[in-house]
Design a binder for this molecule. Structure first.
Ligand code: HDD
Length: 699
């Protein structure tokens, strides 16, 4: 059992912090929210006017004496803080994490024990784009969760992909410099489809596996709600007997894993750059929280740091779920939107080394570098070392550190002896040993020569890329081929394209040939790995209908529509958490007799990408409007369910959609059957059996 110094005094440590400030009201929540009725200066002085500067006469010069003008403009001049160097674009929500209580034997972390309910804040992000960039670009997504546990803050700073581009954190600036816009003209924004990215990854083949994930449908998620999350690295769990095991963390979305199709993602980037942020916010407001189960793959900590031949310290490798199943250990529910984006989403600071007793790092060289980088980056991003005092970053556990002063210090510390040992503050604060909940690292022997080198096992860059690719369904594989062809097609340098084709040849010959054909180049010969098995868990195409909460259906109606049917369908969908939005030629309210429906979108403001399915109401004639026709055709091409009742069916036909085609739902009126079929189709996400038809037609 590890030990730590005994505390000299058995009395509980006093929570430190701004006790003095409590007294003067600075921490009064109303004061923090600034909810008063009367406008004041930052100093609290009431203001008579904020529209006119103080001048010497109505037409005269402005006076330096105008402290309000100077304060207002100065503050504005400094409103922006540096955006995150990566993951600048993001959105977040509050929620809770409830432990299933089934890991007592594996970890002593209190928030994972039975009955524990922990407040959390999760921020999702893209990696490459600036703060104002589009959500739906092809990229990895960040999935970072802050657990405000009773034992201190635990941050799980993961991505929606289980592997990373590099094996050692020292290369992080290289991959990011290569992937960010070109330094001369600062384009392209939020894209990997450019020469420097492909130059780097084709030269640096350990990136191959992650590149394959990015080129797959995982690079363009449908929503944050439908993304998996991964802690990527192997972590070490420690139980109350100081026994350890190695784990990989997974987030499994209750709503299933679903993606956009590439054309949708591209349209959304222009039509609604906030697509994912909006979906997150709207879903929560509509009462459909985001839900994920936390899972772990548990592997023995036998000193080898390997499992079934897979090096667990290599972050470019995953452990197939078929080899080591994911055990579900708790549930994350995100159900509350932030009230102030800057205060919460922008200022939240994650750190991989925010660990709690029962969870430790491993020697993964990527994680080791991250454990330095995340603390360091906040110093310039949030302006100093006191960023954990910002409300969103405040631990919910009592804080009693001996860190003092510094920029933006808001604590009003008491006592005279912020050092140990001391006698002047009664010897406090004390330290806690293992049994008292102290973060005591499990002793581990470390030895080796000082080298800049990787183990040989890190040299296999292609086997798992091939495993991933060959585990996908043919349709998903076709998407990967299209993505590589698109991205390399955007490169100007012939040598870069040829070098990446050489990489592909070492993963899968057929894929390489397809991409080469698209680029008009010759496919090189390679030595692709021979695999015994694939991992079906890596494919995301579902064959059974899943949950539909948070999905959106566009109901197309106009002045002639069967409004009773519209209302009936809307109600049926609401029951399962799906929102129906009426789309009509113009805004306002549609009325027929005593029935009315509110128009939420018009043919001018709606675009197919906003919706998961469309239904045309009986009596409606959308084919009179080219935008409505485009809406329907796009939806059909993007494999979405389309339907109609009554005369709406003929309109589908006029829009070029085969009424008897797969995923085309028609009925005489709004019946329980029509709603149920629609919900079932939504639960499958796409009408997969239409794919071949659509690919071979011009619809
Ligand atoms: Fe990182 C942000 C995820 C490797 C350095 N990273 C950041 C965020 C996520 C990740 C989700 C955004 C957190 C937020 O929402 O505020 N990063 C990862 C994953 C990695 C990874 C899953 C590999 C497994 N990162 C990585 C390395 C380094 C960094 C190797 C540096 C050595 N990451 C940073 C950073 C950021 C960051 C520069 C930018 C803003 C921030 O930390 O707070 O420190």
């Amino acid at each position: 059992m590890p030990t730590a110094r005994r505390k000299p005094d058995q009395s509980a440590p006093k929570p430190s912090g701004p006790t003095g400030a409590d007294l003067d009201g600075a921490l009064d929540p109303d004061a923090l929210r600034q909810t008063g009725d009367v406008l004041t200066t930052a100093g609290g002085v009431r203001l008579p006017d904020t529209d006119h500067s103080l001048k010497a006469g109505e037409r005269g010069p402005t006076l330096l004496e105008d402290f309000h003008l100077r304060e207002k403009i100065t503050h504005f001049d400094h409103e922006r803080i540096p955006e995150r160097v990566v993951h600048a674009r993001g959105a977040a929500a509050h929620g809770v994490f409830e432990a299933y209580g089934n890991v007592k034997d594996l970890t002593r972390a209190a928030f994972l024990q039975r009955g524990a309910v922990t407040p959390v804040f999760t921020r999702f992000s893209t990696v490459l784009g600036s703060r104002g960039s589009a959500d739906t670009v092809r990229d990895t997504r960040g999935f970072a969760t802050k657990f405000y546990t009773d034992e201190g803050t635990f941050d799980l700073v993961g991505n929606n992909m289980p592997v990373f581009f590099i094996q050692d954190g020292i290369k992080f600036p290289d991959i990011i410099h290569a992937a960010k816009p070109h330094p001369d003209r600062e384009i392209p924004q939020a894209q990997s489809a450019h020469d420097t990215f492909w130059d780097f990854v084709s030269l640096h083949t350990e990136a191959t596996h992650h590149v394959f994930w990015n080129m797959s449908d995982r690079g363009i998620p449908r929503s944050y709600r439908t993304m998996e999350g991964f802690g990527v690295h192997t972590f070490r769990l420690v139980n109350a007997r100081a026994e350890t095991s190695l784990v990989k963390f997974h987030w499994k979305p209750v709503a299933g894993v679903h993606s956009l199709v590439w054309e949708e993602a591209q349209i959304a980037a222009g039509v609604d750059p906030d697509f994912h942020r909006r979906d997150l916010f709207d879903g929560i407001e509509a009462g459909a929280p985001l839900e994920y189960e936390l899972g772990i793959q548990v592997m023995p900590d036998d000193g080898t740091d390997t499992f079934e031949g897979i090096d667990l310290l290599d972050p470019t490798k995953l452990v197939p779920e078929e080899l080591c199943p994911v055990q579900r250990i708790g549930k994350l529910t995100l159900d509350r939107n932030p009230t102030n984006f800057f205060a919460e989403v922008e200022q939240v600071a994650f750190h991989t080394a925010h660990l709690v007793p029962g969870i430790e790092s491993t020697n993964d060289p990527l994680l080791q570098a991250r454990n330095f980088s995340y603390l360091d980056t906040q110093l310039s991003r949030l302006g100093g070392p006191n960023f954990t005092q910002i409300p969103i970053n405040r631990p919910h556990a009592p804080v009693n550190d001996m860190l003092r002063d510094g920029m933006h210090q808001t604590a009003v510390h008491t006592g005279v002896a912020p050092y140990r040992p001391n006698s002047l503050d009664g010897g406090l604060p004390a330290v806690a040993d293992f049994a008292e909940g102290g973060y005591v690292n499990v002793p581990r022997p470390v030895e080796g020569s000082v080298v800049r080198a990787n183990p040989v096992s890190f040299d296999d860059h292609f086997t798992q890329a091939a495993l991933f690719y060959r585990s996908l369904t043919p349709l998903e594989q076709a998407h990967v081929a299209e993505a590589f062809t698109f991205e390399l097609g955007k490169c100007y340098e012939q040598s870069v394209k040829e070098r990446e084709l050489a990489v592909l040849a070492n993963v899968d010959a057929q894929l390489c040939e397809q991409v080469a054909a698209g680029l008009g180049l010759r496919a090189p010969q390679g030595t692709p790995p021979v695999l015994d098995d694939v991992s079906p868990a890596l494919s995301q195409i579902v064959t059974e209908s899943g949950p539909v909460a948070g999905r959106k259906v566009g109901v197309i109606a106009d002045a002639g529509a069967d409004l009773g049917g519209v209302n009936k369908l809307t109600k049926a969908l609401e029951k399962v958490g799906v929102t129906a939005h009426v789309i009509a030629p113009v805004g306002g309210v549609l009325k027929k007799g005593r029935t009315s429906v509110v128009v939420e979108r018009t043919f001018d403001t709606a675009r197919s990408i906003e919706f998961d399915a469309f239904v045309i109401a009986d009596g409606t004639t959308p084919t009179n409007n080219i935008k409505a026709v485009i809406l329907l055709q796009e939806a059909y091409r993007h494999l979405k369910a389309v339907g109609a009742w009554g005369g709406g069916a003929a309109q589908l036909g006029l829009a070029g959609i085969p009424v008897d085609g797969p995923g085309v739902l028609v009925a005489d009126s709004v019946t329980a059957r029509l709603s149920a079929d629609l919900v079932a189709a939504l639960g499958l996400h796409r009408v997969w059996e239409r794919a071949e038809l659509v690919m071979s037609s011009q619809v």
